[in-house]
Design a protein around this ligand. Structure first.
Ligand SMILES: [Zn+2]
Length: 327
């Protein structure tokens, strides 16, 4: 068994100067594709489940699928991470056996309204106390990351909710989080930018400023799928209707990694890969009716896309850096 905490992985990543993808999972094929990419590239892995994923798959199904990955790939260190949890979701994830949780106190309990700083500090502190007492790592968030999942569409340079560097110092001091998600203009979902992002809409400078003030805090980039043109084209070539959109270019993520970004969240790219592969197969094989026939190429394309990210983030070759917590 090689379950590890987020803290362990990001501490090693800091020493090695690389980033580690946080890849969202909802079902077996996604987990298999990501794990095969990790095997192929010899990478540590962060498997993360949102509240929506836990609800979709059922807590027990999803958790045991991740445990199966851990049994099948004993040489790959795996973090089981709760993505964007409420306090309740975080505590239940700790109780369930996750090794890391993200408390998203940047929004009130409705999951929509930006919260006051004091509220964020308080709820994050409570989760840190519970999680750390049980050996579980905590990621916090300061500033608001826009997008479909949290209801307030930002994108394209809405700078009001960016992370304030001075506040970030105060937040980390008061909460004791292991990692901090920062808002720099990225958003969740497929429609992130209406043009190739530049410094007017993607505020990489914020990362540099925050890292200068917090050199020992692991920074997290959310909404960091690259939304590759070829995946958009693949979907649209086979009957899809994705409107032209731009994600976060890999070279911008690499710039972030040079300035303290250690965890990079990627979800949309996996979704696009699955949809594109299934559309292609269905279109070329209209007679097909066995789900295995179209889920297999979907799983293979997930592997290909994720392996490319693992290499680009620099985590490839680093699976051996860790001592498992549950040997
Ligand atoms: Zn996020």
């Amino acid at each position: 068994m090689a379950l590890v905490t987020l803290r362990q992985v990001l501490d090693e990543a800091q020493k090695g100067g690389y980033g580690v993808g946080g890849f969202n999972v909802n079902n077996m094929e996604q987990i298999q594709g990501i794990m095969e990419a990790a095997r192929e590239t010899n990478s540590p892995v962060i498997l993360q489940a949102s509240r929506g994923a836990r609800k979709y798959a059922n807590d027990k199904f999803l958790y045991h699928l991740m445990l199966a990955a851990n049994e099948i790939y004993p040489n790959i260190p795996i973090v089981l991470h709760q993505d964007h949890g409420s306090k309740e979701a975080c505590l239940s994830a700790v109780d369930l056996g996750y090794t890391s949780v993200m408390i998203d106190g940047s929004l009130l309990e409705d999951g929509k309204t930006p919260s006051p700083f004091e509220y964020n500090v308080q709820v994050t502190k409570e989760v840190v106390a519970y999680a750390h007492a049980r050996g579980v790592s905590v990621e916090g968030e300061l500033g608001c990351i826009g997008g479909v999942e949290d209801g307030h569409g930002m994108g394209d340079g809405a700078s009001d909710f960016l992370t304030d560097p001075d506040q970030a110092v105060e937040f980390v001091k008061q909460t004791g989080v292991d990692a901090l998600a920062v808002a720099i203009g990225t958003s969740h979902g497929v429609y992130k930018f209406t043009r190739k992002p530049d410094g007017e809409v993607l505020f990489m400078d914020r990362i540099v400023e925050i890292h200068k003030r917090l050199p020992n805090t692991h920074l997290v980039m959310h909404g960091s799928s690259s939304v590759p043109q070829e995946l958009q084209d693949l979907i649209n070539q086979y009957g899809g209707k994705i409107k032209q959109t731009w994600g976060v270019p890999v070279e911008e993520i690499q710039k972030g990694i040079q300035h303290g970004v250690r965890k990079v969240n990627v979800d949309t790219d996996t979704r696009l890969a699955i949809t594109g592969a299934i559309r292609k197969y269905m279109s070329e094989h209209p007679e097909a009716f066995d789900p295995r026939d179209y889920l297999k190429p979907a799983r293979e394309l997930v592997q290909q896309v994720i392996a490319a990210r693992m290499r680009a983030f620099g985590q490839s070759g680093h699976a051996g850096d860790y001592t498992p917590i549950s040997a």
